[in-house]
Design a protein around this ligand. Structure first.
Ligand code: NDP
Length: 337
């Protein structure tokens, strides 16, 4: 049983010393347990947070502990009601080949789900984050303008596509012309601006002639800086993530603009609301699952996945994700099903 454990807490960007692979025996399920074999491991930006012992909404991974992570797995052996050998499940095995589970928090996907790995993306946590953050905090009305960064990732792509379904103008922000072209041509965004362009802020301003009513915040940093002057009266900011800052070891250089920003919030009566998806909106999951299932099945919402083979490649793949090297939802194929 290969496991990837946290070897040391990274300072700044994680590197090849941060995580380490170890071998252990495959565990035996006791009465009331099942043995799961990981097929797909989800890679997500929050994993950087779990490497740190700074205070957060969830406890850190211990040094020597198996890295946490959402997984799609198959039941190898079951001594528990409701799960039988061969079932596909959405579970939280972490970065390892096999895990024991008592079934708590495990969702049975049945014997033959159409796209099992999608439960880690558009049909699971990231899709739910997009749907709940946009509809519950963003509260979009037809004709309003939405801006979302990380526009081709599982959260941003879904936010933008829901925005279009709800009749809004949607402007994405993404890293590079290829991602931007995909957001417009494939996902149907009205525009997408490359945050690496030297005149990024100017281009963003031109793409939102009526200002911004909803800024779905995924990244922070210079994207947020460029957004603030364009925010409308009574605009809403679902504060979902700040991925540009996850590897930061200090606050950015330059003038402290906190009071300027709060002045904007005050005068324009802007709502900024942070949220942690299952803590705040867990009770809405069934509504999400029904709605998103329909949208995905009918093709109204598209989903792009970037599959990488081999558990051993997961550390490098996570480092790359935090740098924006992924194009779509990054998933590790740990085993062939
Ligand atoms: P993505 O797959 O979109 O990956 C992160 C993306 O962020 C990168 O691909 C890159 O896209 C972009 N990025 C990275 N660094 C920068 C930077 N310096 N400036 C601008 N963009 C950058 O991630 P997810 O869709 O899984 O997650 C999106 C956000 O949602 C994250 O902040 C995550 O933490 C948050 N989240 C929050 C949850 C909650 O409960 N609050 C739950 C789930 C996710 P590009 O190259 O296009 O810039």
């Amino acid at each position: 049983n290969r496991q990837i454990v946290l070897a040391e807490r990274p300072k700044g960007e994680p590197d090849t010393n941060t995580l380490r692979m170890v071998e252990t025996d495959i565990p035996e399920p006791a009465e009331g347990q099942m043995l799961l074999r990981t097929i797909y491991l989800s890679l997500d930006p929050y994993m950087r947070g779990r490497m740190s012992d700074a205070p957060s909404y969830a406890p850190p991974v211990e040094i020597g502990g198996v890295m946490v992570g959402g997984t799609v797995a198959r039941v190898v052996a079951s001594k528990i009601d409701g799960f039988t050998e061969g079932d596909w499940v959405l579970s939280f095995n972490g970065w390892q080949d096999y895990a024991l589970s008592d079934g708590e928090g495990v969702l049975n996907l049945g014997q033959a789900p159409a796209h099992p790995s999608w439960a880690l993306g558009v049909l699971g946590m990231p899709g739910f984050t997009a749907w709940a953050g946009l509809t519950q905090i963003g509260a979009p009305k037809p004709g309003e303008t939405i801006v979302v960064a990380a526009a081709t990732g599982p959260v941003g792509a879904t936010v933008g596509q829901i925005g279009k379904i709800l009749g809004c103008r949607v402007v994405g922000v993404a890293g590079g012309p290829e991602k931007c072209a995909y957001a417009v041509d494939e996902l149907g965004f009205d525009a997408c601006i490359d945050h690496k362009a030297p005149d990024f802020a100017e281009q963003l301003g031109q793409a939102v002639p009526d200002g911004i009513d909803i800024y779905f915040e995924n990244v922070g940093g210079k994207v947020l800086d460029a957004v603030i002057p364009n925010l409308n009266l009574k605009s809403r900011i679902p504060l979902c993530g700040l991925v540009s800052q996850y590897n930061a070891t200090a606050l950015p250089e330059g003038p402290d603009r906190m009071n300027w920003f709060l002045g904007q919030v005050l005068r324009k009566r802007i709502t900024v609301q942070g949220f942690i998806i299952f803590e705040d909106f867990g009770h809405l999951y069934p509504d999400f699952a029904a709605q998103m299932g329909d949208w995905v099945k009918s093709g109204r919402i598209k989903y792009r996945e970037e599959m990488i083979d081999g558990l051993e490649n997961a550390p490098k793949a996570l480092i790359g994700l935090l740098r924006g090297e992924n194009f779509g939802k990054r998933v590790i194929r740990v085993a062939q099903d």
